[in-house]
Design a binder for this molecule. Structure first.
Ligand code: CMP
Length: 143
């Protein structure tokens, strides 16, 4: 069982796509173990996007992710990191496969609706940035 961090970005929240996006992961069979609507502080944004510091889109990314509420989530399931990345689609909406979230709803790399962790280690790191342990739930193993 693996966990991953997903975040519907300000464009997805403002376009009213939270329900549409959440339902895709639910229907796939992943378990939602944490979720909250929140504003991202500049400090948290810098921690989250530390690997992109210095890139030409870094400052723009910080402005965007702190511009309005995001919907932060933790999902659990076998190969959750890779599965969620597959459902989300490639970063550039033009390259995202048909049927993925970014292909269906996004047209621009800067406004690509949702972030999904790209590795197991990054997932654990990002979960730690946005969630306290007591904000995550455990499911009955029998269900
Ligand atoms: P995300 O998965 O949140 O990770 C970093 C974000 O930077 C990415 O989605 C895009 O929204 C944004 N970004 C903007 N330009 C680029 C680029 N050239 N390459 C990668 N990410 C970019």
């Amino acid at each position: 069982m693996e966990r991953t961090y997903l975040m519907i970005k300000p464009d997805g929240v403002q376009r009213g796509l939270i329900g549409e996006i959440v339902s895709r992961f639910e229907r796939k069979g992943l378990k939602l173990v944490g979720a909250k609507l929140m504003n991202v502080s500049l400090e948290r944004a810098k921690l989250h996007y530390a690997e992109h510091e210095g890139k030409d889109f870094y400052e723009r990314l910080l402005v965007f992710i702190t511009a309005g509420p995001v919907f932060a989530m933790v999902w659990e399931g076998d190969q959750a990191v890779a599965l969620c990345r597959a459902l989300i689609g490639k970063t550039n909406a033009l390259e995202a496969a048909p049927g993925t979230i970014r292909s269906d709803f996004a047209i621009h790399t800067n406004f690509n609706l949702i972030h999904g962790s790209d590795s197991h280690d990054n997932a654990e790191r990002e979960i730690g940035i946005f969630f306290a342990d007591d904000e995550l739930v455990a499911y009955d193993k029998a269900i």
